[in-house]
Design a protein around this ligand. Sequence first.
Ligand SMILES: [Zn+2]
Length: 155
Amino acid sequence: MSKTIFCKRCLYNSKHPLGLIIDGEGICSGCRIHEEKNILDWSSRKEKIIKIIKKYKSKKNNYDCVVPISGAEDSYYIVHLVKNVLKLNPLLVCYNKYFNSETGIKNLSNLRIKFDCDIIFKNINPHTIKKITKYTLSEFGNIYWPILAGTTVFP
Ligand SMILES: [Zn+2]
C-alpha cells in the first residue's frame, strides 16, 4: 500500500476518491485548478463552448445534456448558465448523499421548478451505503469516499 501524502494547502490527500495528484511542491491538482480560475480568458472560453454545444442542441425538444446537481448554490448557478446563458435543455441528475437537510430538499425541489427541468435521483440502499462506508473507512481512511464516488460516477 502506498504512502498517503497530504496537500500542503487544503489537506486533501493522495487517496482522494477523485484521484487528486500531489505535485513536487506538495500542492494537489484541485488547488492548482483553483489557481487557474483567475488567469483564464473566460470570454474566449465562452465563445468556444457556444460553438461546441451547437451540435448537441436537440431539435426535437429532448435533453441536450446531463448536469449533476446537489441542490446547493453552485447547482443553481450552473443550471442558470446551462439553461439561461447557453440555452440548453438539461437533464439534472442528483446522487442522494443521505445528509440532506429539510432546506436542502426544498432547494432541490425549487431548483427543478424555477428552471423547469427534470431531475433523476439515485438512491442507494442505506444498508449498502453503510457497508461501502465501513470498507472505504478501513481501506482509504475516508468516510466521504462513497459520496464523492457516487456524485461523480452516477452522472
Ligand atoms: Zn489542495
